[in-house]
Design a protein around this ligand. Structure first.
Ligand SMILES: *Cc1c(COP(=O)(O)O)cnc(C)c1O
Length: 386
């Protein structure tokens, strides 16, 4: 059996080397390292794939979120509502821009931001909602967009974990995540569903004026060479990374299907176990049906009941099975984001999840014997040692 890794980027590269290498070589020979033709080519191809009017590439997913907020003109003191259960980047940029982060609890089934909790948190100062499509499952966008419209708020999708996912609307139509909100951000960090070989990110929007504003912000606030109209940043996707991404983009749907395949096999092994809740879709399906393609399984995350999670982690490590705990501490309890306004009783779901979730290896190269070994090792521990 091949060594099990949380993410196996070497095996993936071996299969696409004959497309990626020449694409990188082209950039090297052209020496167009910044804003070269590869960047524009990838940008266009990603716009077509997502069905979004504008993709603005930038340096990483954290910058993408920050730049989206700058582009929307959010000002110090504006309140921005986001999930307590996510990667810190989401709340970090809110705080960095001196906006006021308002963390709210998540739904126990989808792990995504709880719409009722958003409703409770809205004040006259609220300006934006940042839903995260956590672990690759779209947040409840119809309800969030309705709420935003009612209260005149912006919605910025953090799509770092959800690229390629289809969101099915109430009326049955579908939109790719990242093409629904007023703006969206994504990350091309190597381990993400569409990853490059370094750092990269992008902002998406269907709004022409916002796209124009953002194109200036990513380039030192310049709309005309050496005329700086607004305070901007330097955040670029380099051409070599764009070359990698453009070679990988045609594989994205196959990659996400492979993740769903692995998830289906995991689910078969864990389904109906009294101590294990398998990941499920929100309300449209079981999350792995190929009809709606809603879940792209950036992570495959179990929710355990009456299991010593940390002992299971140790047991897996002894068996050379890597795993992850995403995320072990709620953001509202992180030192950097402590705030008097928060009440522990408002975070019952997140407070529980941080102790009971475990993410198993999930990537495009998982083989049946590896999945079999992982599931039997997990079940052996849960059935016999806990
Ligand atoms: C990875 C990630 C980011 C940040 O992306 P970087 O490219 O690493 O800056 C932001 N939000 C979420 C939810 C992520 O998973």
């Amino acid at each position: 059996m091949k060594k099990i890794q949380m993410v196996d980027l070497q095996s993936q590269y071996a299969k696409i080397k004959d497309v990626v290498d020449p694409s990188i070589a082209e950039v090297m020979e052209s020496a167009a390292f910044i804003n070269g033709p590869k960047v524009h080519q990838f940008q266009k191809n990603l716009e077509d794939y997502l069905g979004v009017k504008h993709v603005i590439p930038c340096a990483n997913g954290t910058d993408a979120l920050q730049i989206a907020m700058m582009g929307l003109g959010l000002k110090p003191g504006d309140e921005v509502i986001t999930a307590d259960f996510t990667f810190a980047a989401t709340v970090e940029v809110i705080a960095l821009l001196q906006l006021t982060p308002v963390l709210v609890d998540v739904d126990p089934v989808s792990f995504n931001i709880d719409v009722e909790a958003i409703k409770k948190a809205i004040t006259p100062k609220t300006k934006a909602i940042v839903p995260v499509h956590l672990f690759g499952l779209p947040a409840n966008m119809d309800a969030i967009m309705d709420l935003a419209k009612e209260h005149n708020l912006y919605v910025i999708e953090d799509n770092a974990q959800g690229i390629g996912a289809d969101y099915t609307h109430k009326d049955g139509t579908k939109t790719k995540t990242g093409a629904i909100g007023h703006a969206a951000s994504t990350s091309f960090f190597p381990s993400k569903n569409l990853g490059c070989y370094g750092d990269g990110g992008a902002i998406f929007t269907n709004d022409d004026d916002l796209a124009h504003t953002i194109r200036g912000i990513v380039n030192h606030g310049m709309y005309k060479r050496y005329h700086h109209d607004v305070v901007g940043v330097n955040s670029r996707l380099d051409s070599i990374q764009a070359a990698v991404l453009d070679a990988k983009l045609p594989h994205l749907d196959t990659y996400n299907a492979k993740r769903r395949d692995a998830a289906r096999k995991y689910n078969e092994a864990f389904n109906n176990h009294p101590k294990i809740t398998i990941p499920t879709g929100r309300d449209v399906c079981d999350g792995i049906c190929d009809v709606c393609d809603c879940h792209v399984f950036h992570q495959y995350t179990l929710n355990l009941k009456d299991v010593d999670r940390d002992a299971l982690v140790a047991h897996l490590q002894e068996n050379n099975i890597p795993c992850g705990v995403y995320y072990p501490i709620p953001l509202h309890r992180q030192k950097a984001y402590l705030d008097q306004r928060y009440n522990e009783s408002d975070f019952t779901v997140t407070n529980q999840l941080v102790n009971s979730v475990i993410s198993l290896p999930m990537h495009t190269e998982l083989e049946d014997d590896q999945i079999e070994f992982i599931t039997s090792t997990v079940l052996n521990f849960i059935n016999n040692k806990s």
